[in-house]
Design a protein around this ligand. Structure first.
Ligand code: NI
Length: 391
């Protein structure tokens, strides 16, 4: 097992990669430059089994250990950026207005490359390490997300991966610290749309209309009542209405209101409940006032569930790097979503958070991955390989 000092020598070089990726963000599956950069680095480390073009721009590379036969574990990084106008004012800010690495995927990619360089030069483990670089974690550009597409492409079978691990930056956790929990760590994320169809007219004559704005307002409150009165307070359910489009004039009652939002849950029964009861609530309220609704519910990503043994492995690997007290193994579950959930449905594994310090939150225009965290992330990956495949 190695302490973080072992990896400080790599920090400057890996930071230069991270900043290059940060300056050149790409979205969803359209990661041609990013994927070419990753593949070129992997080849330069002497890794000779590199497969590109998986799920369009995904990459899997295999490093064989020199410790003999053993299983293959997968280490996963995501590579895509977000459609955000950067405001970090860093010298390495995005060169493409409207695209930005605001979720640290530049750091995730750089840390896994750093670990790849170290592991390829040492190879002191049994079996193999599969380095998984996936596209489209944030958005599929109209298609399903990259994590699901990589699974559909058969990477677990093709590369013989028996366990899989993910690592994500966490603003608010100190640099040099880690956080994880057993079981659900991130929520299922679904989207819904409701169209309330009433009857428009002049705003001075509401009695001649079926006003979809007032009906939609009652539906919004009804949905919050599903959370507060119909759901056990011990169980987590988030319903947020985030989109609301009505008339564009002061004196017009529109024919229809289009609204939409997101649902976050941790258990399948509550997910089913939300899908069913959002419709029943909207229909019931609309019917009471003579309106109708159209409804569309999209299941986006499932719950990210950490497996028990692999979570213990991840905790051990991190504690061997930074000490017992710097790894919180009882992190509170977060209601964000992650498409790594698909990989954890396919194979046992664990998703770990790595501290980014007191920076802006992810998806904020001033967020930047903290390069001081790089040696910790690299060290975590290397220690994880030691823990899982050590001789
Ligand atoms: Ni992310």
């Amino acid at each position: 097992m190695r302490s973080v000092e072992t990896f400080r020598d790599l920090q400057a070089e890996v930071a230069s990669w991270r900043r290059y990726l940060h300056e050149n963000p790409e979205l969803d599956y359209r990661l041609d430059n990013t994927a070419a950069f990753v593949a070129e680095k992997l080849a330069s480390f002497g890794i000779n089994h590199i497969e590109t073009g998986i799920a369009k721009t995904g990459i899997v590379a295999l490093i064989q250990g020199e410790g003999g036969e053993g299983p293959t574990i997968g280490l996963r990084a995501d590579m895509d950026a977000l459609p955000i106008i950067e405001a970090s004012n860093k010298p390495w800010s995005s060169k493409t207005p409207g695209k930005m690495h605001a979720c640290g995927h530049d750091g995730h990619t750089a840390m896994l490359l750093g670990a790849a360089k170290y592991l390829a030069s040492t190879r002191r483990f049994k079996g193999s390490v599969a380095l998984i670089f996936q596209p489209a974690e944030e958005d599929g550009g109209g298609d399903r997300l990259g994590g699901e597409k990589m699974i559909e492409a058969g990477i677990m079978e093709r590369f013989g991966i028996s366990r899989v691990f993910g690592l994500h930056t966490a603003p608010g956790i100190d640099v040099g610290k880690f956080g994880i929990c057993h079981g659900p760590i991130l929520a299922a994320q679904d989207d819904f749309e409701i169209i309330v169809k009433g009857k428009g007219g002049h705003a001075s004559k509401p009695h001649d209309t079926i006003d979809p704005v007032v009906i939609a307002a009652q539906i919004i409150l009804g949905l919050q009542t599903l959370v507060s009165r119909r759901t056990n307070p011990i169980d987590a359910l988030v319903i947020s209405v985030t989109k609301f489009n009505a008339a564009q004039a002061f004196n017009v009652i529109p024919d229809r209101v289009e609204m939409g939002g997101t649902v976050r849950t941790l258990v399948p029964t509550l997910r089913d409940f939300a899908e069913r009861q959002i419709l029943a609530t909207a229909q019931g309220i609309a019917a009471a006032f003579g309106a109708e609704v159209d409804y569309n519910y999209q299941r986006f990503v499932p719950v990210t569930v950490n497996h028990a043994k692999e979570t213990d492995l991840a905790v051990t690997a991190a504690r061997n790097l930074v000490g017992q007290s710097s790894v919180d193994d009882k992190l509170k579950v977060r209601m964000g979503g992650e498409d790594f959930a698909y990989m954890l449905e396919a194979r046992p594994g664990a998703f770990m958070f790595i501290g980014n310090g007191p920076t802006a939150g992810v998806h904020h225009p001033t967020f930047d991955f903290n390069d001081e965290a790089l040696p910790y992330g690299i060290g975590y990956w290397v220690n994880l390989v030691d823990t899982a495949l050590g001789s």
